[in-house]
Design a protein around this ligand. Structure first.
Ligand code: DAH
Length: 344
């Protein structure tokens, strides 16, 4: 028994374990139910009394030494470099976190705002839920105009004396501005508009417009034409030409539709401009005297022009996007293409 005790003591002295698993294996080997030290205690029980005296204390010392050794190994096992796995390289570059980018419609809306701001236009906003007065009545829409029908307009509350509806154009903000701001007025009104349309490549029930309004003494159609020419050249390039075609809107007289020369074929004719060399970008005109009067402005003293354009349409022409629905589907492959397109 003496040799057995000495042998185990020597082994304990040499014992090494780098992982907690190895420490546990060592504990089982020496102190477990069938362990070597446990076996010696079994043997000790059947020893003659004189041997018990000799080995009892020694055996207890052995058990204590083994327990302490196991504890020490356990405490250091988790800290050893080998147990922690390979060292981390703190100089390695981090993983790229994909950053979002601005939506193309937001980029173009901001470009439009920035261009007009340079020419002294302020920005005005109005509510998306509007009343009949601001969307139709004050803008000289006759009572039975088709735009007032359910198939074109989303009504929020109907059968009411003054029904609430989702604005179908940002021209409503013109009216609010004329009602509340001092003259002269020079504003642009960006915003979301709603129409009861079937969704297709060319139409959506929600889209964005920018409305413009300039009212002062002596404003003429020539001023309107110049403002739009400057805008078109900044938006589509310095070579851009504009052309104006007579049109009709209830709130302007005379009214016009504006085309820009095709920025793809430069007027030669391609499939984007359908061979015409021109692309339609907005409606405009001189503010109808009835509209000025409805907002309390005297048309004999003041005149003004207004224009309105679809932001998605400008963005489609600028980047040759052929389906409006791309702007609403939030496919990251599409949106990512505009990550760097922030320059005017
Ligand atoms: N409100 C018109 C629309 O939604 C756009 C428009 C045309 C606005 C002519 C104007 C304008 O201010 O003068 O289609």
């Amino acid at each position: 028994m003496k040799e057995a005790i000495e042998k185990i003591l020597a082994e304990l002295g040499e014992l090494k374990a780098s992982t907690l698993k190895e420490v546990e294996e060592a504990r089982i080997r020496f102190l477990g139910k069938k362990g070597e030290i446990t076996a010696l205690f079994e043997e000790f029980r059947s020893c003659p009394p004189e041997m018990k005296r000799e080995f009892g204390a020694r055996l207890n010392e052995l058990k204590k030494a083994a327990t302490e050794k196991i504890e020490t190994l356990k405490a250091s096992a988790g800290e050893s470099p080998a147990a922690a796995g390979p060292a981390e390289d703190l100089t390695m570059p981090g993983d790229d976190a994909p950053l979002g980018s601005r939506h193309p419609v937001s980029i173009v809306r901001q470009q439009i705002v920035d261009i007009f701001r340079k020419y002294g236009y302020g920005v005005a906003e109005g509510p998306e839920i509007e009343d009949d007065w601001h969307v139709f009545e004050a803008l000289n829409f006759p009572p039975n105009h088709p735009a007032r029908e359910m198939q074109d307009t989303f009504f929020v509350s109907n059968g009411h004396l003054n029904p609430l509806l989702l604005r179908t154009h940002t021209s409503s903000v013109q009216v609010r501005t004329m009602e509340t701001q001092d003259l002269p007025i020079r504003v642009i009104c960006p915003g979301r508009v709603f129409r009861n349309e079937a969704i297709s490549a060319r139409a959506h029930c929600i889209f964005h417009q920018v409305e413009g309004l300039y009212i002062d003494k002596g404003v003429t159609f020539a001023d309107l034409k110049q403002a739009i020419l400057l805008f078109a050249r900044e938006m589509f390039g310095p070579e851009t030409e504009i052309r104006m075609r007579p049109s009709y809107f209830p709130f302007t007289e005379p009214s016009s539709e504006v085309d820009v020369s095709c920025n793809i074929c430069h007027g030669k004719g391609c499939n984007i401009c359908k061979g015409t060399g021109w692309l339609e970008i907005m409606g405009c005109g001189m503010v109808d005297p009835n509209v000025l009067r409805a907002s309390g402005i005297d048309p004999d003293v003041y005149s003004g022009f207004a224009f309105g354009m679809g932001v998605e349409r400008i963005a489609m022409l600028k980047w040759q996007v052929n389906d409006l629905r791309h702007y609403f589907e939030n496919d990251l492959r599409f949106l990512g293409e505009f990550a760097t397109a922030t320059e005017v």
